[in-house]
Design a protein around this ligand. Sequence first.
Ligand SMILES: [Zn+2]
Length: 420
Amino acid sequence: MVNKDSSSATPASLRRTHRGLMLSGIQAKPGVSRAELARRFGFSEMAATRIARDLLGAKIIEEFELPEDDTGNQRRLGRPRKGLRINPKGVLAAGITVSAYFSEVSICNANGKTIARREVNNSSFEDAAETARLYANELRDLIKDTGIDINRVVGVGVALSAKTTLDRSEIVRSEYFGWDNDGGQFWDEVRRNTGLPVVIENIANALALSEMRFGAARGVSEFSLAHIATFAGVGAVSEGRVVRGASGDSGRIGHFRSHRRPLRCTCGRDDCLNLSATGFGLLAKLGKLDHGAFERSKLPVYASALLELIDDDANTAHLSEAGGHLADALDPLAKLLAPQLIILNGTLGANDAYFKGAEQKLATEFGYGPDSGFRLMKGEVSPAEAASLLALHTFCYSDRLDFERLNHSASADDKGAAYA
Ligand SMILES: [Zn+2]
């Protein structure tokens, strides 16, 4: 997110970039010193000190006394050493998760911890603008009811099963919801109804970015995340950035060729991975569907039936077999991208039997082991958390932090306290 290329930078944009880098550095290593941050990012110590002073003034970070190390050295040197850390209450971020599985609005603090959440009861996802308004209004109410200072909320992340463009904030394709080419309508409804900056992102990409900053992929810059629920999709990260492709429509592993089934994929074929390695395929196989082609009006039915199915131990072998089908797609993915890590997430991807099925087939059929290729891991971030973490990633730990707004609210706070 942070643009390190300073060839066309103005002093103001450079300051924003440096703030984003410093904040990311402090978040990744609480207790870090100004001097260490300066060294790591190639600033002068004076520049690092100035940025730290700004961030302290705006109450985005705080200074604390480091515990003595084992040798007791620092006491002998006189002053106790101090380090910087994120002020968890200094920055908050909001999330909207549009899903038949995790339908909720939430707020997290700067360390990514959820501090408030509310389920959103939606029965239909037919209309994009109407759905956007419903979630945005629930979020606005949640902020109001919890008494959170909206001036500390840096923005809203929207995570959903759709491919989006970040530059135009548009949904370009959603096989799941059917909201293709919405012209930025969803994004705009949330922005207007909350009054906050908004980022809208595919759930697999949102999970990948969340795992990179707060979860299983911390410090990993080459990895892929497969989100498996009703359907399958991948968020691929290379050099710390999501691989978007020319159209933003990358990661469509659900349409990789797989076994032929008496079913119809959203694309019209009968041999997509979406029909064998996913919730939709499992439900059909176990006779839980009275139809063979995906129907959007049944999204909540698919979700509740899949949750019921994975809860039943009698289905372990079927779950494991579906995970095995996914392995057929993970093998070419690994060969193409050579990731350090492949993370499975989503209602089905995080299921134990499904995960083991994938792991086992990768070992027996494709020869992957502990010393070869990538590590297969389960995700640590819940799909419900990914939306607000996406907002932190985009609007706090980046050059898009609205420092002036936070600084203004911090000094208004101080004045309030003085008069109280
Ligand atoms: Zn297909």
